[in-house]
Design a protein around this ligand. Structure first.
Ligand code: G3P
Ligand code: CA
Length: 241
């Protein structure tokens, strides 16, 4: 059965990559949760999609130029809806703690956002956090930058990593040093993904339309990432009945 991953939390109904969005993803019983990680000026791991805070907060500037204190002072909820005023850009540690508290037992996909900025130490920091907190949920690392997941695998050989891509050129990248466990293709590359990576489990992004969800369920892909996990879960159970 195709798993449902809440993309950036439940991004269609809540401000993306906030604790409110992750709480909603757990509430609707998503099988998995996806989030994005960057590093602040003073080395903290923050969960946000863009390299800057401009689109999703009341502030401006690049994560790499802002300190933990400056980032934590920002409002990351009101841009989405007034009712979410006060939501913050969470640290990765805060997300781990929330998921532990909610007894989340699914899979957490951490996307290392190193395709624009190759943050120094991001891989080591994630590993250190994971080893310190020992979460009860499974973790899968992915990145558009193959170097980041290769480094992860070298540091932690039993760690699951997934090859994330959005072009045919990227899909054809050859991993010589390490093995990956799954692929995360753009939905538009589904056909190519079945050709190039026939043997690999496929988690497909970002699947928001009902027809596309049904298509993925019919193909029995490993998982879909969706901004609407509740809708996808309902559709999946309707089809099963
Ligand atoms: O990891 C799948 C998907 O999240 C990649 O695209 O831009 O939403 O991070 P993006
Ligand atoms: Ca992502």
């Amino acid at each position: 059965m195709t798993k449902i991953f809440a993309h950036r939390g439940s991004r269609g109904t809540h401000p993306e990559n906030t604790l409110a969005a992750f709480q909603e993803a757990v509430r609707v019983q998503s099988d998995g949760i996806e989030l994005d990680v960057h590093v602040s000026k003073d080395g903290a791991l923050f969960v946000i999609h863009d390299e800057t805070v401009d689109r999703t907060t009341n502030g401006s500037g690049s994560i790499q130029d802002l300190t933990l204190e400056e980032i934590q002072a920002l409002d990351a909820g009101s841009w989405f809806d007034e009712s979410f005023t006060g939501e913050k850009i969470p640290t990765l540690e805060e997300v781990f703690q929330l998921l532990q508290k909610l007894n989340f037992k699914g899979e957490l996909n951490i996307e290392l956002k190193t395709d624009q900025i190759e943050y120094a130490g991001i891989v080591e920091k994630c590993v250190a956090l994971q080893e310190r907190l020992q979460p009860n949920f499974a973790i899968i690392y992915s990145s558009f930058n193959p170097r980041s997941i290769i480094q992860m695998k070298q540091l932690r050989p039993n760690q699951e990593i997934a090859f994330l891509y959005e072009t045919v050129e990227m899909a054809n990248f050859v991993f010589e040093e390490v093995k990956f466990e799954a692929v995360h293709p753009d939905y538009r590359l589904l056909k190519e993904s079945f050709e190039i990576h026939s043997q690999y489990p496929k988690r497909v992004w970002t699947v928001n339309q009902e027809e596309e969800m049904k298509h993925c369920f019919e193909l029995n892909v490993e998982a879909i990432f969706t901004d609407y996990p509740q809708k996808a879960l309902e559709l999946r159970s309707e089809i099963k009945e």
